[in-house]
Ligand binder design. Structure first.
Ligand SMILES: Cc1ncc(COP(=O)(O)O)c(C=O)c1O
Length: 501
């Protein structure tokens, strides 16, 4: 019988072994051996010239394409996971999470409906349950819909959007049919001036309008000023507007500040507002005693954003929104269409906006079961200590100013050249060049930050491989790079320096 053509590969298993060997070698070279520059200096144009870009009429075969990956892609891939990759909040992925992700891709489940991925559906339920318990959301007492819900999405931006979508629906259900214009009142949302940009972007996407997002001032510790929040709500009510939601940061993106959650929860309760906590980064601190004390009050949230792909060491992509009430979540997202087949009460299509979805829960489940909570807890606690180590080194040096208190695992500091004649603006520019030089050295990768109007270097330790020796190396190297740059720099008129925090 003549076989029709498919896309199957005869030597699939051997090819998988080859791909696996490549991944294992890379992890070894990023992690235990920590070889090569953290960020390769190649430019877009150089890589565009190198990476094959023709879509051939007749394919080259997977072995040849794997050769291309080995020569043109892998060597230029940023060494995220290197012990001195401390940029943004981009985690060093745990190898068990990588294993889970590979299995996830191989199994290729479609858990939009229970039948598209029965075990995948249960896995999402399990992972959401673990995280809901970690945050202390109340368990179901009656039917399942009584208890907390959640959804796994691509990351924190989506997770915040999901939280605010349910907030809008819970407060203005009529908007689903009429649109916001049909409400006859203007919904207003509050977030501190340290809030992540995804909050304003969500407001824009949800039709709330960026002008109706109030940036509540934060204090010198970068935490929301609750008196200013109350004043803003009162002013908006007086103006006939409709306050409906407060977003608190539990680990702000720039400095890791945790807003005063119990006070904000009180305001939300008294004013009848939705309480959303953006714990995309800081949520993992809930594993530790110190973090639980810092995030106390999060258990009163109506919705929480938390990213396993940040400080839980899960490979990209993975974000989660938790909901205090699964019923409110389902009321917002229920999706019916005859082509989707018979309803199952556990269908994930009803828990979020999207339909087709990967089984991201599998990699979280795999990693969490591999390592256990205790091992993750110790690494998160060590990451906090390492950020404090960097802060202490800076505080003890006349050449550095600490720009913000360290609350979680982010430290921000400013290299201040010695001698007279430096303006603040010149010193601002020096920080950026210092980071460029660090990157060019291949020894580390950090990102800049503006803290209360002044530039600095920002070190975010969401990395299971970073040691105290790495922090010391970075501090010494950046200090000597700072000195070199300062010696080359023509100085301007003297201006007052930023006070030490
Ligand atoms: C506090 C906070 N919220 C939300 C986000 C957005 O997360 P993602 O980059 O996964 O979309 C970030 C990203 O750094 C963040 O720090």
């Amino acid at each position: 019988m003549q076989r029709h053509e498919t896309l199957d590969l005869e030597d699939f298993e051997a090819l998988l072994h080859r791909a696996a060997a490549m991944i294992a070698d890379r992890v070894e070279r990023i992690g235990p051996r920590a070889e090569g520059p953290v960020v390769h200096p190649a430019t877009f144009d150089e890589l565009a010239a190198l990476i094959p870009s023709d879509w051939p009429e007749h394919g080259a075969g997977a072995d040849a394409v794997l050769d291309e990956v080995a020569h043109c892609i892998e060597p230029y891939a940023t060494r995220i996971g290197h012990p001195r990759f401390l940029a943004w909040i981009t985690t060093s992925p745990a190898p068990a999470g990588t294993l889970g992700d590979i299995v996830c891709t191989g199994l290729n489940q479609a858990p939009l409906s229970f039948k598209g991925g029965p075990a995948a559906t249960v896995l999402e339920h399990v992972v959401i349950g673990w995280l809901a318990r970690l945050f202390g959301l109340p368990e179901a007492v009656g039917g399942e819909l009584d208890g907390p819900g959640g959804t796994i999405v691509s990351g924190g931006t989506m997770a915040n959007l999901m939280g605010l979508t349910v907030a809008r629906h819970a407060h203005f259900p009529e908007a689903a049919a009429k649109g916001l214009a049909g409400l006859g009142r203007t919904p207003v949302l509050y977030v501190s001036d340290q809030g992540h940009m995804s909050i304003e972007r969500s407001a824009v996407l949800l039709g709330l309008g960026a002008d109706n997002v109030r940036a509540v001032p934060s204090g010198a510790d970068n935490r929301m000023d609750v008196a200013a929040l109350c004043a803003a709500i009162a002013a908006d009510r007086l103006a006939g507007l409709a306050p409906f939601c407060v977003v608190a940061q539990a680990g702000s993106v720039t400095t890791g500040a945790v807003d005063p959650l119990p006070d904000i929860a009180d305001v939300c309760a008294a004013e009848g507002l939705w309480f959303h906590v953006d714990a995309a980064y800081g949520g993992a601190a809930m594993l530790t005693d110190e973090g639980r004390a810092l995030l106390a009050g999060v258990e009163r949230a109506d919705s929480i954003c938390v990213d396993p792909h940040k400080w839980f060491f899960i490979p990209l992509e993975c974000g989660v929104t938790l909901f205090r009430s699964k019923a409110q979540q389902i009321a917002t997202f229920r999706a019916r269409a005859s082509y989707l087949g018979e309803e199952n009460p556990h269908d994930l299509k009803n828990t979020t906006f999207i339909l087709s979805r990967a089984n991201r829960a599998l990699k979280v489940w795999f990693a969490f079961r591999t390592y256990g909570r205790d091992r993750l807890r110790r690494i998160v606690a060590r990451n906090m200590e390492l950020a404090r180590q960097f802060r202490d080194l800076c505080a003890a040096s006349p050449e550095w100013r600490v720009l913000a208190p360290v609350q979680l695992s982010i430290a921000c500091a400013r290299y201040v050249p010695q001698g007279d004649g430096w303006s603040e603006e010149q010193v601002d520019r020096l920080q950026v060049r210092l980071l460029e030089r660090l990157e060019a050295s291949g020894e580390g990768f950090l990102t800049p930050a503006m803290v209360r109007g002044r530039a600095g270097v920002r070190l975010c330790v969401a990395n299971h491989r970073t040691s105290g020796a790495d922090i010391r190396l970075l501090f010494d190297l950046m200090t000597s790079l700072g000195r070199e740059l300062a010696a080359q720099e023509p100085q301007g008129p003297k201006a007052p320096q930023t006070p030490q925090v």
